[in-house]
Ligand binder design. Sequence first.
Ligand code: G6P
Length: 580
Amino acid sequence: MCGIVGYIGFRSAADVIVEGLQKLEYRGYDSFGVATSNPHLAVYKCEGKISEKFEKARELHGSIGVGHTRWATHGVPSDRNAHPHLDCTGRIAVVHNGIIENYSALTRELKERGHTFLSETDTEVVAHLIEEAYDGDLRAAVAQAITHLKGSYALLVTAEGHEEIVAARDSSPLVLGIGDQELFAASDVTPLIGYTERVVYLDDGDLATLDREGWHVYHHGTPVKRAIEHVDWDVETVRKGGFPHYMLKEIFEQPKVFYDTFHGITPESLPERYRRPSEITVVACGSSYHAGLVFKYLCESTCRIPVRAELGSEFKYFTPPLKGIVMVITQSGETADTLAALKKAKAYNCPTLAITNVLGSTVTRIADHTLYMRAGPEISVAATKSFVAQLAVLMQLVNLMSPKSGLSGSLERANSAIDEVLLQDIGRAVEICRPAEHLFYVGRGLFYPIALEGALKMKEISYIHAEGYAAGELKHGPFALLSEETPVVALCSPGDTYSIMLSNIKEMKARKAPIIGIGARGDRELIDIVDVFLPIPESHELVQLIATSVLLQQLAYQTAVALGRDVDQPRNLAKSVTVE
Ligand code: G6P
């Protein structure tokens, strides 16, 4: 949560930072702020989205600065609580992503020593701690200040009359961009795209200085060398490219994303020790958890290996007995609960495997082995192409674990199936969902996690209350809620569960619920009993699963647009949840 950007170079720092923060808005968007030093410190910060209110921030002069876009944790979204936060003298500016857990005690002590606080945030203590330690050496002052902090932080600090930015990281992501006569620091690489392809990923415990002469990294006080890595994300990948929303653009990228990711995982990608584990524990959050559930169904039935899927937020506190390997799935590679689970698995000495989209992300540094999705940057808060890319990795993984399954060949048609559903007119289904206050999504077997994911997509961007259920479970309670005002989206693909799904749909129909049925093109039996039929191509069950996922993304997207919602940045959410 929260995005930070720092710049020192020859351009207007405010321009670079404002542009960079807009690319990081997916991390939080309730308020923002920028500080530049020219050589006096100038600050602009306010409640609201930077993409809507950036004009004044761009008026700040100077070629050194730091900025922040916020997802509130301590203190409501407001001008006062927006970052940067300053010390009592107004000469030191701090932006922070993470949580300072011992801030209450620190605030009390600092107040006793005479400091005045202007915000309710946990971050402000950092500015005052630096103030106490500062005697003209900013690096030393930041190094001293962070010894008092407990919790997580990615910090950028600049001081008046000081041509330097000091960056520090512990348990929150931070990357440096190395340009020609200019240096950047940011929460991830997206603000750097278009300026430089040379990046340095900082480790926990690193402190870096960026000045006119260059950059240096210290690890717990000792100078260290950090490798420059190359990022080849194209500038077009972080633009909307003619689409009204990032989400729609990302939905339309899925045929290529599936193909690239599926073919990007080869036999060489998976070391022997991960091929026949006695058991697999999958840990993830949000959409990534739903992808993990698909894997459970698929791997257990195909490879006959027991798989347990756990939520990251639960795993840390209620760790089951662990055998075999632990696999974490995370688009961003930064989700705090998933990382905590991974650390726990390592403490149990389990071999760990990560699936992520982001090169150099924290998860890749902790896990024993990483498999990469090839989705490119996903900007919209709602996961779409990253979910499909996760499915591609997981299906390929099952294929590698059980080469005789023939999965690889069956999935060759997946991209054309996605193409096919992308062009479908779903207007009548949108008309049913749009006025609804409650929706149910039901499926069985492999399609149960897809029902969960479809409902999640709908609720997060349209704000309609949507619940995903295993179709057989509806009778155990939710049936009490069914009426002509409670539409049900039923996922009914051919396979072992087809006939029982048809019976379930008839039972729901008998309670007057309008049914949007998704099934194979030309399925007369289904067409005859549902109110609206959305066809998916007749194909292998897994191809249908992918096509259904894409169709449900479209249903959520078009319903949210029809309701006038902020599709890319839904209220109260953030894409990268870096706090527990
Ligand atoms: C947030 C995002 C979701 C995502 C989840 C897990 O809640 O809004 O789209 O599925 O985090 O994120 P991860 O990066 O770990 O996959």
